[in-house]
Design a protein around this ligand. Structure first.
Ligand SMILES: Nc1ncnc2c1ncn2[C@@H]1O[C@H](COP(=O)(O)OP(=O)(O)OP(=O)(O)O)[C@@H](O)[C@H]1O
Length: 229
């Protein structure tokens, strides 16, 4: 579903590459954690998947296509296949929960009937049944992140990218968010999550790809946050 082939990314004016000769293959339906210290290249990896950045050398494939060869007008189509969730939720404060989720469908041309069906269905999936008319500032952090996940998932993307989704949440709330991401993964969605949250990674026991200075130093099935043989 995602393949990095000898990918190097050096930002202009930087001496050291942010990613250095990275080769990683993520199968459809996998759940992987990207771990590594600050500046190790996790966000750069995610930005390359979204074509928000381009490799200096090497190839990035998403759903079988080398995405850096895609014509510019096809990039929105690529991004529609990929839901994104961030640490800081990024909800629209003046829209209700339902409107935030509906907006994601509206911008890609979803019909009224699709919106009427998918929004309540997705809010129920994320555990926000009955909260559709609230505004983001009337929700807890965990609930806001659930809205963000509903928004990312409402058009049933093939891939979900999560950049530190539990970074602003307490441990108990984080567990709930991880159960939700796990449930979404079980629907067949490929999940790539960048995190510093050792407790979560140790608990979930999914594949762990560790970056250090832009280099993959570990790629381990059912891994932990730190290396354990
Ligand atoms: N737009 C940019 N221009 C120049 N250098 C950048 C840019 N974005 C990232 N970098 C550099 O690339 C390297 C990798 O950064 P990246 O943001 O991918 O790391 P990260 O692992 O996501 O870090 P964090 O955990 O702090 O989010 C760092 O040295 C960073 O300073």
């Amino acid at each position: 579903m995602i393949r990095f082939e000898k990918v190097t990314k050096t930002y202009p004016g930087q001496g050291h590459p942010a990613l250095d000769d990275v080769t990683v293959d993520v199968e459809k339906g996998e759940f992987i954690f990207l771990v590594g210290t600050s500046g190790s290249g996790k966000s750069t990896f995610l930005r390359l998947v979204l074509r928000e950045a381009r490799p200096t050398s090497g190839r990035v494939y998403v759903a079988g296509k080398e995405i850096n060869r895609l014509a510019g007008w096809k990039v929105p189509g690529l991004r529609r296949r990929i839901g994104t969730v961030f640490q800081d939720f990024r909800l629209l404060p003046n829209k209700t929960v339902s409107e935030n989720v509906a907006f994601a469908l509206q911008v890609i041309g979803g019909s009224r009937s699709q919106i009427a069906e998918l929004v309540p269905e997705t809010l129920e999936l994320v555990g926000l049944d009955g909260k559709g008319d609230r505004f983001p500032d009337e929700l807890s952090g965990g609930e806001q992140q659930r809205v963000a996940i509903a928004r990312a998932f409402v058009n049933r993307p093939q891939i979900l990218i999560a950049d530190e989704p539990t970074g602003n949440l307490d441990p108990g709330t984080s567990v709930g968010i991880m159960k939700l991401l796990d449930r979404i993964n079980r629907t067949g969605t490929t999940v790539v999550m960048a995190t510093h949250d050792a407790g979560i990674v140790d608990q979930m026991r999914k594949r762990v790809v560790e970056l250090e200075g832009g280099v993959v130093v570990r790629d381990q099935a059912q891994g932990a946050y730190g290396f354990q043989s």
